[in-house]
Design a protein around this ligand. Sequence first.
Ligand SMILES: [Zn+2]
Length: 322
Amino acid sequence: MRIAEAVLLLFFSLCFVSDLKPLQAAEKPDRQVAITIDDLPAGASKMMSAAEITDMTSKLLTTLRDQKVPAVGFVNEKKLYKFGEVDQHIAALRMWLDYGFELGNHTYSHLSLNQVPLQTWEDDVVQGENVIRLLLADHHMMLRYFRHPFLDVGRDLETRRQAEQFLVQRGYRIAPVTLDAWDWMYAPVYDDARKRGDAKLQDDLVKSYLSYSDSVFAYSEQLSKQIMGHEPKQILLLHGNQLEADHIGELLDVLRRRGYRFVSLEEALGDQAYSLPDTYVGEEGTGWLDHWAIAMGKPPQGAPVFPQWVIDRAKTLHQAQP
Ligand SMILES: [Zn+2]
């Protein structure tokens, strides 16, 4: 090789390297998210047989396990007590631990702290511990996470703080939520389309769910930066339903494309964001990014609008139920 050629080659290879490196760094932000899945053994457990719940659980957990994505599932034990199906429902919960995941308490009967007296709510928390404590102990694990039903943390600050103190005394860490794309609103419409064999509607719902999720994630990342100047380790709220069992792999891809990697809830909670001042109270439960923004006197604006056609279909279905 002549010297001129060698110099030229060196020049081009340097250009190539120096061009690529900053580009890759800019395109791939390092984001982290923990996955949490509520309303176990199943969101729509009234409509599902124990066998359907078993299949749904196995499909959901297989995807998560194969992709090495940690998750914590939050249980409403009341849903276990269906005549003739108790053992199968408990077996579906056990599957979570056998597959290497963790379970937390979501109250016995999905009771809102904003709708009942504090004592009633606390009793419901305690009643929600029986089976999961046994299952966890059998796997040499402790019950350590609690998720508020409807994300309702109390209508006044005194109730909120008393409830938090009660939870801490019972050994719980509260599991906040920072990402939430309302999969529970899609789930019954998806179930109905699936039962009727309406492939077109199922497809439309999945596309809408994934694109709405993507816009919620983008909005939440922006809001995070506005509130705290950076994005914390986020915590995503999903629900145990057939939509997630069938399509969680695609949702994980949406997250990966945004630069997320998946961490445990324990790791996410280690982020300092989760000790930010939070005095939020209100009739309507909401995510923790909203809590922090409101506590700072900067109420969030411009959240993506949930697709109205899905709400309309969910309402129609709800009315049609016997
Ligand atoms: Zn729930």
